[in-house]
Design a protein around this ligand. Structure first.
Ligand SMILES: [Mn+2]
Length: 427
């Protein structure tokens, strides 16, 4: 059976409910989860249903929290695969729209729609928002405009436009809701802004870029698109050289960007939803996706705030000499939610972190939180951070796991040194 057919069964279950029924929606707290919830909310509203959405993180008591509620139908999106067995304890009918791995069979009250059950690679070619889109399209094909939000989810989960995702993108383009444009990374920005505020790529020693720009013969306040061909070439070669000095390679200045008819640059939308999730304002993200103008302004402010925080931490990391072990480099941060992002950016753009070894960020929460980042070159040389995190964490009574290039662990606070020793052995 194809994903679209499974989605049709789910849509039929919904449509068997009388109009104006209340549908409970639970989705995951990240850009993909917010995009998925928004797709479902818009589709429900158009079909004449009421809804109540909660955006949640994965946690052991997720299902318990729903036990006191009376729901006729609950829809889980981008979350739920880990709770299938517990869902039996809920009295209501349940639809799960998912792309994450599951180890359990769904109980009889659950209609389980997972891209992975239909031959689609759920880590690359279908995200929560893609599956939510298949559900929305099964309700009504007029929902094809929601392909814009599905693409936002794909970008948020760093997926590829392959297989099912490709199909969704192509549907959106064919219907005139999505457009692909080639553009330079710094379009619309002043040169000063481009150097000082960019995070990917991140330029070191650019708290103030006036000196750098003027020495190279540029006017800092000039906009990138105001440069003539000659100047633009020179500017791009000067900053390419700057990044080469930082130890980076493979820099693409011109790239394909996807624009949505209602939302503009879909990469920016995804970045705003990510900021909404990280700064605990998922509701703002949903209202933004649903077209609320004030929520859109707020999402923009949150995106700036989140980026400011990252830049501030990166400026600090530029100044430190990270600690080094035989197999990895590490540093401490007092910003647990940013740890993974910072480790990744340090690995890519800070010369002092470039030793050909993975970068590990340590932060103290209730436990010692560990975030690890590697690159594909290291993975090709045999590094697997997911396994190493699991191995080292379990040796000291914690738990860990993840992907070869990005992983994390949580260990008892008093076990830091022991964990670091074990990690050297596990890598
Ligand atoms: Mn997802």
């Amino acid at each position: 059976m194809k994903l679209e057919e499974a989605a049709k069964y789910a849509a039929d279950l919904l449509l068997s409910l009388p109009k104006k029924s209340m549908v409970r929606v639970i989705s995951h707290i990240d850009a993909d989860g917010i995009a998925a919830a928004s797709i479902i909310a818009i589709a429900l509203e158009r079909a004449g249903y009421r809804y109540h959405i909660s955006i949640k993180r994965t946690k052991p008591d997720l299902i318990d929290e729903l036990k006191n509620e009376e729901n006729e139908l609950i829809i889980f999106s981008d979350i739920g695969s880990g709770y299938l067995r517990q869902m039996e304890e809920l009295k209501s009918n349940i639809i799960v729209l998912e792309h994450h791995l599951s180890y359990d069979e769904p109980p009889s009250n659950v209609m389980y729609v997972n891209a992975r059950l239909h031959g689609i690679d759920g880590s690359r070619a279908a995200c929560g928002a893609s599956v939510a889109y298949s559900f929305a399209m099964a309700i009504d094909e007029a929902n094809v405009d929601l392909s814009q939000l599905a693409v936002v989810g794909m970008i948020g989960d760093k997926q590829y436009f392959e297989d099912y995702n490709k199909k969704v993108l192509e549907e959106g383009i064919a219907a005139g809701y999505i457009e692909e444009r080639e553009e330079y990374l710094f379009e619309g920005k002043t040169l000063k802004d481009a150097l000082e505020n960019s995070i990917e790529p991140y330029f070191t020693e650019m708290e103030n870029s006036n000196n750098f720009l003027e020495t190279n013969g540029f006017v800092p306040t000039k906009k990138f698109e105001e440069l003539d061909d000659e100047e633009r070439k020179k500017f791009l070669s000067v900053i390419t050289l700057k990044l080469l000095e930082q130890g980076c390679k493979d820099i693409e200045w011109k790239r394909k960007v996807l624009y949505g008819k209602y939302y503009g640059n879909l990469y920016e939308v995804s970045s705003r939803l990510n900021a909404c999730a990280r700064l605990h304002e998922a509701g703002t993200g949903i209202a933004y996706c649903m077209g609320d103008k004030r929520a859109g302004e707020r999402a923009f402010i949150l995106q700036e705030k989140y980026r400011d925080e990252i830049r501030k931490e990166m400026r600090e990391l530029e100044k430190i000499k990270p600690d080094e072990r035989e197999k990895y480099i590490y540093f401490h941060t007092d910003k647990p939610p940013l740890a993974g992002v910072l480790a990744g950016l340090a690995l890519s753009y800070l010369p002092s972190f470039k030793k050909g070894k993975p970068v590990i960020a340590l932060s103290y929460n209730e436990h010692l939180d560990v975030s690890a980042r590697a690159n594909y070159e290291m993975v090709n040389n045999g590094i697997n951070l997911g396994e190493a995190m699991k191995c080292a964490a379990e040796k000291v009574g914690g738990n860990g796991g993840g992907h070869p290039v990005a992983a994390g662990a949580s260990v008892p606070r008093n076990m830091e040194e022991k964990f670091l020793e074990e990690l050297d052995k596990c890598l």
